[in-house]
Write a protein that binds this ligand. Structure first.
Ligand code: URA
Length: 241
């Protein structure tokens, strides 16, 4: 059982102090009856709580998979550009999801959002070695030497050292790149370091998750089984980074 005022503030409705006023004003109902006492106990799985007539959802872990279009920045707000948050339905925004890591404005593809900070950290931290696979169109054609340089660990033009990565040439001007970290503009800078600037980049996979035909701009919520699979230790666990 949970106090009503705690439930409402955890749901992001208002601060505890503001809630006092809202409760006094009769804005909240519990199982259809106005309730003014924030100390009342409730069971979020059983009781129905409404705020100004709209049901308040209990906070729960949410993980979303967005097929990010180009032209959107990975940020919760931005003074100039459209943000990925504009593509997220209001019900999920109320659950306070935020992007996990970042895709550049001009990069398309799989972007996760969650309200679970621990899971987000796990997915981003190079320590856990979660693989991110990208499809790139680029100048030139990747050679066996490029593949070897990626496997060894590239040094970028500014001297930054990258962890070993997988470059898989697909054909002239097309490659797949798999990395286990997320440095700023990493894939573009890796390819540029080998003289193959990228003009189109799409993230296709993160850990066990793939885009799997999800249309550009669309979002879907992961199932409990998919979230469990994301939380499993990866083969890279225990790395040294
Ligand atoms: N690497 C990049 O260069 N850009 C991205 O958005 C993601 C990885």
């Amino acid at each position: 059982m949970l106090r009503l005022d705690k439930f409402l503030s955890d749901a992001g409705l208002a601060s505890r102090r503001e809630l006092k006023e809202l409760l006094k004003a009769g804005a909240v109902t519990l199982n259809g009856k106005p309730v003014t006492d924030g100390a009342v106990k409730l069971d979020p799985d059983v009781d129905q709580i409404c705020f100004r007539g709209t049901e308040v959802e209990p906070p729960r872990r949410v993980v979303l998979l967005l097929h990010k279009p180009t032209g959107y920045v990975t940020s919760t707000e931005d003074p100039r550009d459209r943000t990925v948050m504009e593509l997220i339905p209001a019900a999920f925004l109320r659950q306070k999801v935020v992007p996990v890591g970042r895709l550049d404005k001009e990069t398309e593809g799989l972007l996760l959002l969650t309200n679970d900070g621990e899971l987000a950290h796990r997915l981003i931290s190079p320590k856990h070695g979660v693989e991110k696979r990208y499809y790139a169109r680029h100048a030139g054609t990747a050679t066996a030497e490029d593949v070897a340089a990626f496997a060894e660990g590239l040094t970028l033009r500014d001297g930054t050292l990258c962890r070993p990565a997988v470059l898989r040439p697909i054909g002239p001007g097309e490659s797949e790149i798999t990395v286990t970290e997320g440095k700023y503009h990493q894939v573009r800078r890796m390819m540029a370091a080998r003289g193959m600037p990228v003009d189109y980049l799409r993230r296709e996979q993160e850990g066990p998750l793939r885009l799997d035909g999800l249309p550009v701009g669309q979002v879907r919520e992961l199932s409990a089984a998919e979230i469990d699979a994301l939380c499993l230790p990866s083969t890279k666990e225990g790395g040294t980074a």
